[in-house]
Design a protein around this ligand. Structure first.
Ligand code: SF4
Length: 429
């Protein structure tokens, strides 16, 4: 995509480092374990880690879970026991009981990092013992200096070096989309004539892609910076495009992929006409509530920049500040080109200073983490939980209306409460 001189790519970025309010990368296990159907995620952590996972995935008590926590006890933390021996024993017990497990991820946590438990070496050792039937890999979900979507990035990046080599000319679709959304994307790509297409992560270990210098890859999530770097290191080439959020984002993403395979833009327009029209109609319904409303993004999910682009261009919202935990020029540049100058672009967080800016701006809607939502609501501000955006299917044409509706809902609810309690509305103004 050509540079857009009126966009935000060259806007000076406000960078702040201080106290942050975010979930840790273990959160990603909740959607990754649904996606990878023969994988098991073994968190090597504390009771706090186990509680986080259980409360985030409470529904799983009805099924045979595909994640668990090997709890580091006080004697492990004090170096009085050999945590590796206990880990080996736990893994042997788990794999003997669960022959359905073909991939085992040892997931690091704050406690395992603090005691410097080397999970990379543990994964190598356990792969020798339990391979080739079970492949053992490791990644970190620790909350030390990370944000919650980095768990998925770390998990996918950990898989890249283990993929076999291939010279095939192919597209790799990268990002853990819900199966139904992934199927829609594969169907669109097939109707455009893009093939073969492989996915990372694969649903089952036996479907894992092979990659090489003739692989081009397209990210579907803007938080996969480490995976992007790992794929480039293996010789694969990235396709630069806005992300497939909204009708416009989806069309531009498809056109960038199609161009790589020599397919003209006019063909993309023809093939996508019907789903694009459906998406535009659904977005227009929610945009009636969103148009002209001011929105403030606190840095949390790393989806902030693409979502601000979608809400500004397709729903008529006015971004006041777009905060992101990390700004990756290669990944976010095509998005910034499309956002008209005006909003503050900020990277990182000093939460108190940022809250001061929220209070001064008094936006109509603030997108933030769970910990900040209630205090801001108590001050009369309307909020949207960023974490909902990764737990809800929001990619590509068929979900574009739902994506816009996620932002319209809290505004409609506040309008109703305000109509019933005029004083509350006054406080929000
Ligand atoms: S990894 Fe760290 S931040 Fe996450 S639940 Fe465990 S102790 Fe808490």
């Amino acid at each position: 995509m050509s540079a857009n001189l009126s966009g935000c790519r060259d806007t000076p970025v406000l960078k702040q480092r201080g106290q942050r309010e975010v979930f840790c990368g273990l959160t990603g296990i909740i959607w990754l374990h649904r996606k990878m159907q023969d994988a098991f995620f073994l968190v090597v952590g504390s009771r706090t880690c186990a509680h986080l996972l259980q409360s985030a995935a409470g529904v799983m008590i009805f099924a045979e879970p595909r994640f668990g926590t090997a709890i580091l006890e006080e004697k492990d933390l004090a170096g009085m026991a050999d945590a590796n021996t206990e880990l080996d024993r736990e893994v042997a017990r788990l794999l003997a009981r669960r022959p359905d497990i073909k991939q085992l991820f040892l997931v690091g946590s704050c406690p395992s990092e603090v005691i410097k438990l080397d999970l990379a070496r543990a994964a190598e050792r356990l792969s020798e013992i339990h391979g080739p039937a079970v492949r053992v890999l490791n990644f970190s979900g620790s909350g030390i200096e990370t944000t919650f979507t980095q768990g998925e990035d770390a998990c996918l990046a950990a898989q890249v070096p283990a993929l076999s080599e291939s010279d095939a000319r192919q597209l790799l679709l990268v990002g853990a989309l819900p199966d139904v959304v992934e199927d829609q994307a594969l169907d669109l790509l097939s109707r455009l004539g893009v093939e073969p297409v492989r996915c990372l992560p694969a649903r089952r270990a036996e479907d894992a892609a092979s990659i090489g210098p003739n692989t081009v890859f397209a990210l579907t999530q803007p938080f996969l910076g480490d995976t992007h770097a790992a794929l480039v290191k293996r010789g694969a080439r990235p396709i630069s495009a806005p992300f497939p959020f909204g009708a416009e984002g989806t069309t531009l993403w498809l056109k960038a992929v199609a161009a790589e395979f020599g397919i003209p833009a006019a063909h993309v327009d023809a093939v996508t006409a019907a789903p694009r029209a459906r998406a535009e109609k659904a977005i227009a319904a929610a945009a009636r509530t969103l148009r002209g409303k001011r929105i403030f993004f606190m840095p949390d999910s790393q989806l902030e920049i693409p979502l601000a682009r979608f809400l500004a261009r397709e729903c008529g919202m006015i971004p006041v500040e777009i905060g992101t935990p990390y700004l990756h020029a290669d990944l976010h540049g095509p998005e910034l080109d499309l956002i008209a100058q005006g909003p503050v672009i900020s990277e990182g967080q000093d939460v108190d200073l940022q809250l001061d800016r929220v209070r001064a701006a008094r936006p109509d809607l603030t997108v933030c983490g769970l910990g900040l939502a209630n205090p801001l609501e108590a001050e009369g501000l309307v909020t949207k939980w960023a974490i909902e955006l990764v737990f809800t299917p929001v990619h590509f044409y068929e979900q574009a209306g739902d994506l816009a509706a996620l932002f319209a809902r809290p505004l409609r609810r506040r309008a109703l409460i305000g109509a019933q309690h005029p004083n509350r509305l006054e406080a929000a103004e």
